[in-house]
Design a protein. Structure first.
Length: 208
């Protein structure tokens, strides 16, 4: 059913599933899949386009995994088509661990989180590092969203598999913008009450 399951459910994973009693249920996720890569649909595109950050996993040539957070304005990760993601990587601490890992192994894992709505999307893919000058075509196709900072390179990810997770165990968290938006009606109500108080004080003062 899902290319993601075929990638993730290795022989050792299947053994643990059998030991823990979930193998039969997980087998349903493997049945009937043609082997083709999963595709990003409108739901995935909208979800990714609304995120202001994600986690990027790579593996070194010595087998050590490495996870790094990538952030930017909402929409900085661009869904180019059903098979491709791209984002402009800007200069950070200049360790270049992610870039070095990709040079030796192009397999990557992307983890997109919406803590407020307790939703997550996992993506397996193969990454390619390109010249940042090629980002113009990406930006022209994505409402002009820019990422601030020194443009290091363009990272293009060809999607292999994807999977939505259940909300279990996700602790809701909110960004400052989300909190401000949720409190907007409260601020307006407080402003109206303050205005009413001022008007009442003026009326009382006029009686004196």
């Amino acid at each position: 059913m899902s290319r993601f399951a075929h990638v993730a459910f290795t022989e050792n994973v299947r053994r643990v599933q059998e030991e823990r009693g979930s193998a039969l249920y997980m087998q349903r996720m493997l049945a009937g899949h043609t082997g083709h890569a999963d595709r990003l649909g409108p739901e995935e595109a909208a979800f990714i386009g609304a995120r202001d950050g994600f986690y990027l996993g790579t593996v070194s040539e010595t087998g050590w995994p490495y996870i790094q957070f990538r952030g930017g304005p909402p929409g900085f990760v661009h869904v180019l088509d059903g098979e491709t993601l791209a984002f402009l990587d800007v200069r950070g601490n200049r360790q270049y661990i992610t870039a070095g890992n990709i040079r030796g192994n192009d397999r990557v894992s992307l983890f997109f989180m919406d803590y407020a709505r307790r939703t997550r999307l996992k993506v397996f893919g193969r990454a390619e590092i390109k010249d940042p000058g090629e980002f113009k075509g990406v930006r022209d196709r994505s409402d002009g969203v820019r990422t601030e900072g020194h443009e290091e390179w363009l990272l293009v990810v060809r999607v292999e598999g994807l999977a939505w997770n259940c909300p279990q165990h996700i602790t809701p968290r909110f960004t400052q913008d989300e909190i401000e938006g949720a409190l907007e009606n409260v601020y307006q109500h407080i402003a109206r009450l303050e205005q009413e108080n001022r008007e009442l004080r003026e009326r009382l003062g006029a009686r004196d």
